[in-house]
Ligand binder design. Structure first.
Ligand SMILES: C[S@@+](CC[C@H](N)C(=O)[O-])C[C@H]1O[C@@H](n2cnc3c(N)ncnc32)[C@H](O)[C@@H]1O
Length: 219
């Protein structure tokens, strides 16, 4: 599933690994403080203790937080620099694995998993091949937290965009291509992969009342 945009998307995470790690660990991303961290922990941690796969784990904060709550967690990511950051901090088991590699061999992450979580980590197109591969690795729930379609500006149409990270404050950032999805776009990709949406959550900013994210719980 490798397009030019997809390759540039993956590549950006090696270029941005240090700035991203600093931003996450300093709590510099306002929406995360306002509720998206709590929302994904609540959804992914809800299944009692069990095996969790954190897909696109980045520097590993979520994997560590779930492991600290008693889960047995594997984090995978296609950015070697971020997986190295994650492994340095420990707390869970981390593997360098791209989504294409996981699609080619769904057993490579070491399933089956009771919960699979993708926190702002489904940024490419198409998603159905990856989501289908994750079904093979699953024996439970899929939790996906993503950009809320109402918060991403115009046009309201599925398509590639560019994130400049201007809102992320300090640090040097390489722009990242990412694929914006409407509600119907998300529904179509998830349905095509065989997962069934069980619950849709829209965590809101308690201060402004605006949506912070869109969170799917699938079985
Ligand atoms: C916005 S970060 C989110 C990181 C983490 N889930 C978190 O909540 O902090 C997106 C992550 O997805 C990973 N990623 C994006 N496309 C990927 C691909 N094709 N294969 C593997 N990892 C990918 C990136 O390397 C990056 O770590």
């Amino acid at each position: 599933v490798t397009s030019d945009a997809e390759a540039a998307l993956r590549e950006s995470w090696d270029a941005n690994a240090a700035a991203w790690t600093d931003a996450v660990r300093a709590g510099a991303i306002a929406s995360r403080r306002a509720g998206t961290d709590a929302a994904v922990l609540d959804a992914a941690g809800a299944q009692g203790s069990g095996r969790v796969l954190d897909v696109g784990c980045g520097e590993g904060w979520l994997a560590r937080a779930l492991a600290a709550r008693g889960h047995d967690v594997v984090g995978i990511d296609g950015s070697r620099a971020l997986v190295e950051e994650a492994a340095r901090s420990g707390g869970a088991h981390f593997l360098h694995l791209t989504y294409d590699e996981l699609i080619a061999d769904p057993a490579s992450a070491g399933g089956p998993f009771d919960t699979i979580v993708c926190n702002f980590a489904l940024l490419g197109d198409p998603l159905a091949p990856l989501l289908s591969a994750l079904r093979t690795a699953a024996r439970g729930t899929l939790v996906v937290q993503t950009v809320h379609p109402l918060t991403a500006g115009e046009p309201y149409a599925d398509g590639w965009r560019t994130e400049s990270f201007d809102a992320f404050g300090t640090g040097t950032w390489q722009p990242m291509p990412w694929y914006f999805r409407t509600f119907s776009g998300w529904h179509a990709e998830i349905a095509r992969s065989g997962w069934r949406i069980d619950e849709l959550r829209e965590p809101r900013d308690p201060q402004t009342g605006r949506p912070l994210s869109l969170l799917f719980i699938c079985r």
